[in-house]
Design a protein around this ligand. Sequence first.
Ligand code: ADP
Ligand code: MG
Length: 551
Amino acid sequence: DAGTQSHQFQAEVAELLSLMVHSVYSETDVFLRELISNASDALDKLRYEAISKPELLAGAEKLAIQLKPDATAKTLTIADTGIGMDRQELVDNLGTVARSGTKAFLKGLQDAKDGLGLIGQFGVGFYSAFMVADRITVTSRRAGTPETWVWTSSGGAGFELAPATEEQAARVPRGTEIVLHLKDDAARYLQPFELERVIHTYSEHILFPIELLDDKGEARQVNAASALWQRSKSELKAEDYTQAYRSIAMAFDEPALTLHYKVEGRQAYAVLLFVPTTPPFDLSDPGRKGRVKLYVRRVYITDDAELLPSWLRFVRGVVDSEDLPLNLSREMLQNNPQVTQIRNGLTGRIVGELESSATKEPETWTKIWNAFGAVLKEGLYEDHERRGQLLAMARFATTAGEGRSLKDYVADLKPNQTEIYYLVGESAERLKSNPKLEAARARGVEVLLLTDPVDAFWTSMPQEFEGKPLRSLSQGDVDFGLVPLLDDKKAEDQGSTEDDAAVLKAVKEALGNKVSDVRASQRLTESAACLVAATQGRDRELERLLARANR
Ligand code: ADP
Ligand code: MG
């Protein structure tokens, strides 16, 4: 009719949609997790905005999420009484993808063998509903506004937008109603027990009631809707935590570590944090936000309060404060001294927990380190205070093996060895054939082979472990000093200093000012020469990285 307008999807959305529509991805359950999570976000936003504008809650509909399957019409309706969307928000939010990581996601889908596995990991948001529906109608009214709008799409190139009819508007006095016209092969989502199963698996700990309506229109609450972190540890089982992790972090895996505690006293807050088992594919994305949610007295405030340093950005969970003011703006949170205090407390506890896993649970720790070690290493240059702890939990590939700790390294020092040696490069393979290893090898000295991009950065600062400085083999003059050669190398260690001086002079003249110096070195036993950086200068690998990053 006259009021209906057609809109084009942004190209990325169209791409996502064609993926969803033709998806052979079998784990379609995620659509419900995504829609319920959006409904919960919308309720959170309403409650937050209502702190300063209580009139938004007028009409007093309960804050809840309702699911209504209709077997005759083959539709599933998901409705919430949250913040809702006005016309422009419908266009922006359900016509474009603003999420960080979407590009990486789409690229990953093209590149990866099992690209579809990424759908679950990424959580494709609203658009995942097109995996199960061939037509979707969204009716929404922004709290505090008089208009209700209807968005409709069959998942092709675009969507339609029209003002709601009187009947539609009456059905949605506030918030959002999403009607999914289910595909034939998704008809199981019309069955209450199937919906309940999915809710228990992924949305059990959504803080708002999730209600299932039966044919007579009667509502029954399905989820616990309790703040699990407020309960005492003794009444909770491992499954409860796994379930909480999945609904809070929107994850599929098991948590590798769970941290649940309460702080009392001058600042009181409850903490429930998880270290995942599998890294999200966008972990290295600098735009990736922290994932710890801040609540104040059970009211969700933000996941943007930087409750953890960025080198702990893989940690998920909730912090619920008793003392922070509710009406503190999100911006002001950044400089709030109480938040700073919470941040310090959390960081200390998590590092302590990681440390104890590293010493007491080698198997778990290997998994955690393999997944997040490269991120933790960022802490080595960002957090001076915790450097020692982080170095102790770090695991390295070395010339002596995989998964070596510095403790292992120091225990195996050669006689008279006073330093910890390392080489930075792109791959362990390439490093192993590096001539700079020769002198170390000739003495049986272990060398750390550092191949994460971050390695060039943290090693650019002075580091030491148990009083032993870390020393790059590609920088300055490495003096193995009194570390004896292995027996079979001793015979080769001959030559006169006079010969050396003559050769050095000749080479230096030939190279002129292309080099700052030419020296005899203990470093090589088989190769004739190699290039090194000055002791004071930047590591050569760091120089290459910086050149690449254009700095
Ligand atoms: P994300 O939740 O990560 O932002 P989604 O694709 O799930 O991505 O949703 C896109 C946006 O659409 C949300 O950020 C929100 O602004 C809006 N939205 C989706 N569902 C609802 C809803 N039920 N109520 C209000 N806004 C919603
Ligand atoms: Mg979402």
